[in-house]
Design a protein around this ligand. Structure first.
Ligand code: HDD
Length: 686
């Protein structure tokens, strides 16, 4: 898919000064073989500009991908907030969203085990509002003063800058094992939420408790949730690791291609609302960012939807230069005293000053509000505005402008929520922040058996990469506070004795946390299916399967040993979309093996095709095998009981079994795709 937007036609190359340039391939020199001349201002300017192209990458969340779109509320929320962009059903507000990984530098792989950033800039009529969240609803620490420690620990180790894009190393686990408040977040990080199938299939969370404020100053606590229409789906760990090599751009490519093809990703925004009087109604503190409000206690109320429908034109100008800030709020939205949020409200502006080279970054196109901007801020690096008139307040010479918006009252003016505050000046964490394990247990209790298995495997993997035995032991000791089976399972993988479970407070479960309960409401739209073919393929069947799946919204690609076309059973031909060696099953959601004696023989003799099918099987993906295609499964030495003799729908391996039509097989595959994975299949890689 060529998606390059060409430079404007008929425009001649110029210098920065607009002078037309005759040649940019040869520097000015004294004679054809002589020295290059300093006088060549075009050469000097070109190289100088190039030398200054890089800016510092973000200290965290360096790798990301962004897109534009819009948000529209379902109904007015005026009862709770005077935010203009939430005031009327259908009122569209433009947005820019940036998804990111946290640990790795800009060039790291997309599919690493990590938290994903989910940052949204709403360009509202009353100024920019940034909801700078993650795909997990809690955080590692409770107080922002610990953020530099946490980030130093999780980032690459200082002496050798390893590992890139991974938390599986000593310093991270050393820190977490000594900081039990991280335990709940670790459960999320070790779960499949940390290896999403797609940015389009992640939930997003504002994490903190914020505050809605009405025009008359009434407050309501609020937590924000984004829910993807395509369901919350993940990779499996082995697959994520292979994908990191096969396509390090897996997630950004997925987002880009979906938008280019008109399959616009969509999320529903929901809120949990808590009346101010209920501030102390919970057995945790609303100000503690290591806690969720279980949805069973306070339901999530859907309030609107967001659609991303436009890719950026220039990655640097837009995705790299976008500057989010938790303190970018609009009238009707305010903070709470969450100590993590309070620190963030300092950090984001501070970081943009160095990253974007001075105080004028809000003038960059991607950061510019659509609301009018008037103030007395002046000068600084990169100033784009030619400010006329006076630059101080109060003034009479400038007609008193810009004047205080609040003096006459009226809507659209930010007024801080009037909260009564009193207390001693102390460096003490509140007692209400001290329970670090109950919600980690809640998370564990809420998982299905396969989700629990993946969590145990993830802890084993991560701690297995930790050299320090005492760190491993300490971490397993912490897990004993969460759940005995979890701790024993992890200890077993590490060759450690199972610790005695440490009894905690009684904890139930929150079914809303399991991915089992977060399925797609959009069928199999945009799911990618590979069809393996070779010379001698039954092309009629392939065409039938493709039509059926494409009609249901899937993307079907035909793969053969090489590009070009293959010969069909009726001496017809079938075009090949991709050469097998350039792809891998990890880049698809499902695999179809076409029928045809000669073709299946060729595929079964091709190690790349055999591996393709084997990996898809062992990663739990739906497989549809037409006619004799089962030979390929035998060649891959997969458990035969799953595909021989019956269609075994429970395991998502669909065979035509001699009689089923290609259409029936396609329909069964579509149904299997809706389930995403088959975690109970024998012989899986986790
Ligand atoms: Fe942060 C970036 C999300 C705690 C300091 N953070 C950043 C981004 C996201 C988050 C999504 C990337 C924004 C983008 O795409 O440009 N951060 C979170 C969440 C947190 C959190 C959900 C906890 C609830 N962050 C946090 C703390 C601090 C920071 C406690 C500092 C005290 N975060 C930063 C930062 C970054 C950042 C250093 C790096 C680049 C940037 O801000 O613009 O200032």
């Amino acid at each position: 898919m060529a998606q390059f937007r060409a430079a404007p036609a008929h425009e001649a190359l110029t210098t920065d000064q607009g002078v037309r340039v005759d040649d940019t391939d040869n520097a000015l020199r004294a004679g054809t073989r002589g020295p290059t001349l300093l006088e060549d201002f075009h050469n000097r300017e070109k190289i100088t500009h190039f030398d200054h192209e890089r800016i510092p990458e973000r200290v965290v969340h360096a790798r990301g991908a962004g897109a534009y779109g819009y948000f529209e509320p379902y109904e007015s929320l005026a009862e709770y907030t005077c935010a203009d962009f939430l005031a009327e059903s259908g009122r569209r507000t433009p947005v820019f969203v940036r998804f990111s990984t946290v640990q790795g530098p800009r060039g790291s792989a997309d599919t690493v085990r990590d938290v994903r950033g989910f940052a949204t800039k709403f360009y509202t009529r009353e100024g920019n509002y940034d909801l700078v969240g993650n795909n997990m609803p809690v955080f590692f620490i409770q107080d922002a003063i610990k953020f530099p420690d946490f980030v130093h620990a999780v980032k690459m180790e200082p002496h050798n800058e390893m590992p890139t894009g991974a938390s599986a190393h000593d310093t991270f686990w050393d820190f977490c094992s000594l900081q039990p408040e991280s335990t709940h977040m670790l459960m999320w990080l070790m779960s499949d939420r940390a290896i999403p199938r797609s940015f389009r299939m992640m939930q997003g969370f504002g994490v903190h408790t914020f505050r809605f404020v009405t025009a008359d100053g009434r407050g309501t606590f609020v937590k924000f949730h984004w829910k993807p229409r395509l369901g919350v789906n993940s990779l499996v760990w082995d697959e994520a690791q292979i994908a990191a090599g096969r396509d390090p751009d897996f997630h950004r490519r997925d987002l880009w291609e979906a938008i280019e093809s008109g399959q616009y990703p969509e999320w529903e925004l929901g809120v949990q609302l808590v009346p101010e009087n209920d501030e102390f109604a919970f057995d945790f503190d609303l100000l503690d960012a290591t806690k969720i409000i279980p949805e069973e206690q306070v339901p999530v109320r859907p309030i609107g939807r967001m659609v991303l429908d436009r890719n950026p034109q220039n990655f640097f100008a837009e995705t790299e230069q976008v500057a989010f800030h938790t303190a970018n709020v609009v009238p009707g939205i305010d903070f709470t005293n969450d100590p993590l949020l309070q620190g963030r409200n300092f950090s984001y502006l501070d970081t943009q000053l160095i990253r974007l080279g001075g105080p004028n970054f809000s003038q960059l196109p991607v950061n510019r509000p659509i609301a009018d901007v008037h103030h007395n801020h002046r000068d600084g690096f990169g100033q784009q505005v030619i400010h006329p008139g006076t630059n101080y307040f109060p003034n009479s010479l400038g007609g008193g402008c810009p004047a205080h918006a609040g003096s006459g009252g009226g809507p659209g003016v930010f007024r801080h929520y009037a909260q009564r505050v009193d207390g001693e000046k102390i460096r003490v964490r509140s007692d209400s922040f001290q329970d670090h394990y109950s919600q980690a247990t809640l998370f564990w209790n809420s998982m299905s058996d396969w989700e629990k298995r993946h969590i145990v495997e993830a802890f084993r993997f991560e701690l297995g990469k930790v050299d320090s035995v005492q760190v491993r032991e300490r971490m397993v000791g912490n897990l004993a506070h969460v759940n005995g089976d979890l701790a024993a399972g992890v200890a077993d993988g590490l060759g450690l004795p199972a610790p005695d479970p440490v009894p905690g407070l009684p904890v139930t479960a929150s079914p809303a946390l399991s991915q089992e309960n977060l399925r797609s409401s959009a069928g199999i739209r945009t799911r990618k299916v590979a069809v393996l073919v070779a010379d001698g393929t039954d092309t009629a069947q392939v065409t039938a399967v493709r039509e059926r799946l494409t009609t249901a919204g899937a993307i079907v690609e035909v793969l053969a040993a090489k590009d070009g076309s293959v010969r069909g059973t009726d001496n017809d031909t079938l075009d090949v979309d991709r050469a097998l060696p350039t792809m891998a099953s990890v880049l698809y959601d499902a695999v179809v093996v076409a029928d045809g004696k000669e073709a299946v023989g060729a595929l079964a003799a091709d190690p790349a095709a055999v591996r393709f099918v084997e990996e898809a099987y062992r990663h739990g993906k739906p497989l549809a095998v037409l006619g004799e295609g089962t030979r390929l499964l035998s060649e891959a030495k997969l458990p035969e009981a799953v595909f021989l003799g019956s269609s075994a729908p429970d395991h998502g391996v669909i065979t035509s079994n001699g009689s089923a039509s290609a259409e029936d097989v396609a329909d069964a595959l579509a149904a299997a795709l809706e389930q995403h994975r088959f975690p109970h299949r024998p012989g899986l890689l986790n």
